[in-house]
Design a protein around this ligand. Structure first.
Ligand code: ADP
Ligand code: MG
Length: 256
């Protein structure tokens, strides 16, 4: 059974078909790449999966459960987390607070215990310990009391991933995590993605850095004008004429 599946996903904005009958599956433990030119519908797919947009047609399944009509907070609780193409941290909160917020849906307190204040301290301690473990994984522990806005760009991107992980996702969606990173930061990101995967987290990666995509992804899907134009192993995608024509050829030109 696939962990995750989208069937005939379709999204329109006025007359524009931003996502056009897209189908794909993600197996448990996969790292799947989702690539394509700007405007090809990648972020819109993320917005549908995470419940921000309701598709005009098609469905999203997590472990065979249709999650297409659910609210964003419920989808997070079901085990799907994401990062944003444009960093969306709470800039005036500390590093620690940003991650704590990401994990709030996992702090278990029954209303009875809430009422009497039982367990609350214990749950809070547990939450703090978890956040500190996450921060140390990203070498952010010594910066835990720093405001998010004071972190260098690459660290802000990492903090976003740490915050997404605080909800203990089964599937994480990363939207251009390497955008604006220098080569050292990108190398570190590659390590982080592999580490997440070793921890058993399934990953859907949108990214323009082809070195990163080809290195970490087991399988890749290519979009153009909202439609899937190819799917395969990195090596197959790199040699696919349609993909080179629509996207990869342009990438090489843009970077030369
Ligand atoms: P990508 O992430 O692949 O660059 P997007 O999913 O952001 O592409 O956008 C796909 C298309 O949908 C683009 O033409 C974009 O302008 C359009 N689009 C995305 N979001 C909206 C929106 N909220 N309202 C209107 N048009 C949108
Ligand atoms: Mg995008």
């Amino acid at each position: 059974m696939s962990l995750f599946e989208v069937k005939d996903l379709t999204m329109k904005f006025g007359g524009l078909v931003a996502v056009n009958r897209v189908n794909f599956k993600i197996e448990n433990g996969d790292i799947l790449g989702l690539i394509g030119p700007n405007g090809s519908g990648k972020t819109t797919i993320f917005n549908i999966i995470t419940g921000l947009y309701k598709p005009v047609f098609g469905k999203v399944f997590l472990k065979k459960e249709n999650i297409s009509a659910l609210k964003p907070n419920i989808i997070v609780e079901k085990g799907i987390a994401r990062t944003f193409q444009n960093i969306r941290l709470f800039q005036n909160m500390t590093v620690l607070e940003n991650v704590l917020v990401g994990g709030h849906c996992k702090i278990n307190t029954t209303s009875f215990n809430d009422l009497f204040g039982f367990n609350k301290k214990k749950e809070e301690d547990k939450a703090f310990k978890k956040v500190e473990r996450l921060l140390s994984m990203f070498n952010l522990l010594n910066l835990k009391n720093e405001l998010a806005k004071n972190l260098p760009y690459g660290k802000q991107r990492e903090l976003e991933i740490a915050r997404a992980l605080a909800s203990e996702p089964k599937l994480i969606l990363l939207d251009e995590p390497a955008a604006g990173m220098n080569s050292n930061e990108t190398k570190n990101l590659m390590k982080i993605i592999n580490k997440l995967n070793d921890m058993g987290i399934t990953i859907l990666l949108v990214e323009h850095d082809m070195k990163l995509v080809m290195n970490v992804c087991e399988r890749i899907i290519v979009l153009n004008h909202g439609a899937k134009i190819a799917e395969g192993l990195p090596r197959q995608i790199q040699n696919d004429e349609t993909v080179i024509e629509a996207y990869l050829g342009r990438q090489v030109k843009n970077h030369s």
